[in-house]
Design a protein. Structure first.
Ligand code: AMP
Ligand code: MG
Length: 331
């Protein structure tokens, strides 16, 4: 039986109940500011193994860990340098996961036998309350089955995980809507292992050199699959390209994922038009991205044409996600 717990008002008794559940080795789906996570006591190997089973996650794919303070960080990680500290001071609590050397207090299963561990202090007060009360680091990989879209809506988390986990916490819709940025420090260089809301330029502003790692562990995994063909429509003449595609593929059920401003141009001509947001509000497009992609997944059509954002800042981040679902199909 899965218990749904509404923690939007941060009721202290309910927080205590969730913290006890975590300490008891139970699995609790948790809200964070990035996306929902499946939480478990990171020090409890049985609970950690259950996460891998439920997510159908490859055992070599390391989990990341949430802590509420530096004492907790010290219990699981060592070798924290001045550079780490500058990143921490600037971005924690928040959506930046930092890779540290790990201590043996953490079971090998958490990190897929790596000698490093990704950690962050999250920026969501509900999950922070729970970690503080539980007094243990919580591992919280994204609450989705491996290879499926991440979840930002507690209702969807309930649909997916009812009957599979012990508790599901409703903390409202996740603020950011995309996973944390993951970084690793090597000498004076900061490598970005996974892109997220904290952008390379945000880190460069602290005076560091930033490089995108070629060795992104989750590269190639179709994390953003929408289960049907998707084509990225590039260039400044995207409206013409979409129009031509529609004219030349009359036998296909065509969908468009496009800007709100272009809805009236295409909605009558296609099977479904999914508004991703305004051309002027990339932040909102990002926040809504998983809902947009979920809607696309549920829609009954053969192919989606996806409009491009300009490739800077948040636009680049969204485009990375689009490229991941388009699998190099470009017109
Ligand atoms: P998830 O928790 O599902 O969002 O996935 C966490 C991701 O973080 C993994 O798939 C890896 O790509 C990355 N990651 C976690 N720990 C490490 C680590 N120690 N070194 C490098 N990458 C890591
Ligand atoms: Mg994930």
């Amino acid at each position: 039986m899965t218990k749904l717990i509404d923690l939007k008002k941060r009721d202290s008794k309910l927080i205590e109940e969730c913290a006890e559940a975590i300490k008891d080795g139970k699995l609790v789906v948790l809200p964070t500011e990035t996306v929902y996570g499946i939480g478990a006591n990171a020090l409890d190997v049985k609970a950690v193994r259950r996460i891998f089973e439920i997510k159908k996650r490859n055992k070599n794919n390391p989990l990341i860990v949430l802590v509420s303070d530096f004492d907790m960080l010290d219990k699981i990680a060592y070798g924290i340098t001045d550079i780490h500290q500058k990143l921490i001071d600037k971005f924690w609590p928040g959506p930046l996961t930092i890779i540290f050397n790990r201590k043996n207090s953490l079971p090998d299963d958490v990190t897929g036998n790596l000698d490093t561990i990704g950690v962050r202090i999250p920026g969501n007060e509900i999950v922070l309350d729970i970690i503080r009360k539980a007094k243990v680091p919580i591992t919280a990989p994204s609450a989705n089955f491996s290879g499926k879209l991440s979840i930002i809506d507690p209702k969807l988390a309930y649909q997916e995980f009812n009957g599979k986990v012990d508790f599901i916490v409703d903390g409202g819709i996740s603020d950011i809507g995309v996973e944390s940025t993951i970084v690793k420090v090597d000498g004076n260089v900061i490598y970005i292992l996974r892109r997220g809301k904290i952008l390379p330029e945000d880190i460069e502003k602290l005076g560091f050199s930033v490089r995108l790692s070629d060795n992104i562990p989750s590269k190639g995994n179709k994390h953003y699959s929408i289960g049907k063909k998707a084509i990225l429509v590039t260039g400044s003449n995207s409206i013409d390209k979409i129009t031509n595609y529609i004219d030349n593929h009359s036998s296909q059920k065509i969908g468009v994922i496009g800007f709100d401003e272009h809805y009236t141009l295409f909605t009558e001509k296609v099977n479904v038009y999914i508004k991703m947001g305004s051309v002027y509000h990339y932040d909102a497009i990002l926040k809504n991205l998983f809902n947009t992609l979920n809607e696309a997944k549920e829609a009954d059509n053969d192919v989606f044409l996806i409009e491009c954002l300009e490739e800077h800042g948040i636009g680049k981040l969204v485009m990375d996600k689009f490229r991941a679902i388009c699998d190099n199909e470009i017109i």
